[in-house]
Design a protein around this ligand. Structure first.
Ligand code: A3P
Length: 299
């Protein structure tokens, strides 16, 4: 059974920790299978904290891999083109691992796992990894609205409750602070390209050139311009193979909040009160103290 056939059957999932990180119960109950996932040396992994720009990077990478062939990139939904390795659903629904294991090489895979929980075969096989990081406040805002509209993740509660849950790492895939730092700390020891959402928004062409270099791909200026255009927010917003609108409203209800919502840095200013922002920043300084990792919260 596919997700598209789930009309009226979706319920908010139960949650259960794996090594202190909040996951759905389906992920937690199948953790051993996920942990023993066999990566292949030519796998490319797109790793992100939730709502950091995963879908955007998936579209960029797919366009690059297909030499800018639009029709080819519209062959399937984002989640069917790139298996989401830890995403477990109750049978008969297909999990990310089922899809990955039957996919021919070279595969492009997706994960939201923190670095310390990545199945060890990825490190052993020295796979290339693109990590996308986005500033905490915009991630929080995006995750809050996503959790309102997507019934496959826990209910976010009120805005005030959600800020506290995010700060405490009590959201799926755990602490944003640990996630961005864990991948940052590993980036010089492995083949990891660390990309910032804000940089991608500021100058997509420059950042796509970095991705091309990392993937050892060469394309013409014309194809590069085509990729920049096709992966812009306004175009992706109307691409049904990338905007999650093919799922039934009982799973993702875009009338509550569209998946392609604002697509810009700085929207947090429309959500945080001055007091909430100050308290968030104070807590942030404490959690990120000593880190060389810095973010822009607007461009
Ligand atoms: P907002 O909710 O702030 O709009 P993910 O794919 O990791 O779930 O991230 C989704 C976020 O990335 C959403 O943020 C979405 O709008 C944004 N996004 C998706 N495609 C984008 C694009 N082409 N340009 C800018 N932002 C994009």
């Amino acid at each position: 059974m596919s997700l598209e056939n789930m009309e009226g059957k979706c319920l908010r999932p139960e949650t259960k920790d794996v090594n202190g990180v909040l996951m759905t119960k389906f992920i937690s109950d199948n953790w051993d299978t996920i942990w023993s996932f066999q990566a292949r040396p030519d796998d490319l992994l797109i790793a992100t904290y939730a709502k950091a720009g995963t879908t955007w990077m998936q579209e960029i990478v797919d366009m690059i891999q297909n030499g800018g062939d639009l029709l080819q990139c519209q062959r399937a939904n984002t989640y069917d083109r790139h298996p989401f390795i830890e995403w477990m659903l109750p049978p008969p629904l297909k999990s990310g691992l089922d899809l990955a294991n039957t996919m021919p090489s070279p595969r492009t895979l997706k994960t939201h796992l923190p670095a310390q929980m990545l199945p060890p075969s990825f490190w052993k096989e020295n796979c290339k990894i693109i990590y996308v990081a986005r500033n905490a406040k915009d991630c929080l805002v995006s995750y809050f609205h996503f959790s309102r509209m997507n019934k496959m993740v826990p209910d976010p509660g009120t805005w005030e409750e959600y800020i506290e849950a995010f700060k405490a790492g009590q959201v799926l895939w755990g602490s944003w602070y640990d996630h961005v730092q864990g991948w940052w700390d590993r980036k010089n020891r492995h083949r990891i390209l660390y990309v910032f959402y804000e940089d991608l928004k500021e100058d997509p062409k420059r950042e796509i050139q970095k991705i091309l270099q990392f993937l050892e791909k060469d394309i013409t200026e014309e194809v590069l311009n085509k990729i920049v255009y096709h992966t812009s927010f306004d175009v992706m917003k109307h691409n049904p193979m990338a905007n999650y609108t093919t799922l039934p409203a009982s799973i993702m209800d875009h009338s509550i909040s569209p998946f392609m919502r604002k697509g810009m840095p700085g929207d947090w200013k429309n959500h945080f009160t001055v007091a909430q922002s100050e308290a968030f920043d104070k807590d942030y300084q404490r959690k990120m103290a000593g880190s060389t990792l810095t973010f822009r919260t607007e461009i």
